[in-house]
Design a protein around this ligand. Sequence first.
Ligand code: ZN
Length: 398
Amino acid sequence: MSSILVTGIGELTTNVAAQARPDDHRDPTGMLGLVDDAAVVLEGSTIAWVGRASDAPAADTVCDAGGRAVIPGYVDSHSHLVFSGDRAQEFAARMTGEPYSAGGIRTTVAATRAATDEQLTSHVARLVAEMRAQGTTSLEIKSGYGLSVHDEARSLAVARQFTEDTTFLGAHVVPAGTTPEDYVDLVTGPMLTAAAPHARWIDVFCEDGAFDVDQARAILAAGTDNGLRGRLHANQLTYGGGVKLAAELGLVAVDHCTYLADDDVSALADSGTIATLLPGVEFSTRHPYPDARKLIDAGVQVAIASDCNPGSCFTSSMALCIALAVREMRMSPAEALHAATAMGAQALDRDDVGVIAPGKRADLVLLEAPSYLHLAYRPGVPLVAGVWQGGRPVVPGS
Ligand SMILES: [Zn+2]
């Protein structure tokens, strides 16, 4: 097995909690486990050694980071990449005053059903490559633009070619030509049977205009009976019972969490369910941002993800999400990076990624910057100088 020594790292984010350093604005609480003048040894697909460069062992090849920063690869725990077409016109209309509603999903459903398997696969491949070039090395992909037995199953089969973390989201919206009652029967019956072999998770868009709490409860229960684990889109557009349902069921994560009452926040803190915030959505729909500060101060675990999708948020940039989390949601830079890496991994119940430590998968991002702080400090600037995924250099420069 060949080894690579990445040395000369000016600032390494490990996500292995270290002592608090109140005077160091990069990581006052120690959550990022920063190591200055660091080195990492990659052996095959895993990390073999982490420490000070002066203590590093020899390896087959050496890569000198030249004083630049290295972070763990992003873990994007929420994306909808299996679709066809785009909704740029709808975006333009929204920016000139029309409101966002869940119904726009049906436009993408028609385009997705009309696409061949090969077209869907090459489209996902292009988006995954786009993400990787920006530092995302692990991701979740949902179905939800097929909304028929055949189209949901093939959407998940396409997604499975790119990640183990595939999510059955047949309950995205009720398609035209059916009643909510009949559609829930389909989602919890034949569609689930066809989807389950290709999925790890099941998800429901629990929202006005999509599915209510009782429907979400029934769909998640059916998924659990078929070996899938639950997650939920909740409280994105309105107050409602979705977040409390997620907490009650002890789901690993509930996503969006924009409209929260005080008892939603306490339910999340008590259950340990991770609130995955998706600030690109609020940016792209011109909606108010979730109150990340209130959640974190109440003891809620917070992750951030892209929600890359053609309707409400067509960005694949986790760096943009970090910048928005810092600027618009009052997360500290350290909290935002941690939420985009280690917490993203926890939101997918993964313990092999999101952290730079011996035994973990060798997913590293070399930044064209002396510190990870530049991710929020220099918004919109492409700062990825190299990416290793499973120990392989996948972006030029690494
Ligand atoms: Zn979503």
